[in-house]
Design a protein around this ligand. Structure first.
Ligand code: NI
Length: 166
């Protein structure tokens, strides 16, 4: 396993639409191990493969919520979302800042569980998991949360505790 440098906003890899994974082979399992280690080291609640420079559709999330196991998803997609809520969000690729954006209340996502190779569905509502699913799946589509800010000065510096992002 390895802790890898996290790419920052401005790096073109964060703006690519990442490629689908065709086969969950050893290299994908190794990638996921590196993603977990990098995410927990940051620390963050989620990480997408493009954030360590790998343009593949792979995400990991640990919402630190007993309702969910730490989740690795290959080729994740949002199937359904509804409602709106305002959230104060951060991102490991935009260190030192937070900003208020609108996210969904209910999220239904699917993807392949790399441990079994089978499709799984995750339902989340009005919690950190719902936010993280949207945030990380945005990353594999080349979207950053700052894209949703109404203006650049809506980005607020964080100068106290380290921000938790994904
Ligand atoms: Ni992020």
């Amino acid at each position: 396993m390895a802790i890898l440098p996290i790419r920052r906003a401005g790096d073109p890899v964060l703006r690519e639409k990442a490629r689908r994974v065709r086969t969950i082979d050893k290299s994908i399992h190794k990638l996921i191990e590196d993603m977990w280690e990098t995410m927990y080291d940051a620390p963050g609640v989620g990480l997408a493969a493009p954030q360590i420079g790998i343009s593949l559709r792979v995400v990991v999330i640990d919402a630190h919520d007993p309702a969910y196991e730490p989740l690795a998803l290959v080729n994740p997609e949002i199937i359904k979302r509804s409602g709106e809520r305002l959230l104060d969000e951060g991102c490991l690729s935009v260190p030192g800042f937070r900003g208020q954006i609108t996210r969904s209340v209910k999220v239904l996502a699917k993807g392949i569980d790399p441990a079994t190779g089978k499709e799984v569905r995750i339902r989340a509502e009005d919690d950190l998991m719902a936010e993280a699913l949207e945030h990380e799946i945005d990353h594999v589509n080349g979207i950053l949360y700052i894209d949703y800010l109404p203006s650049p000065d809506a980005l607020v510096p964080v100068d106290d505790a380290p921000e938790i992002g994904g």
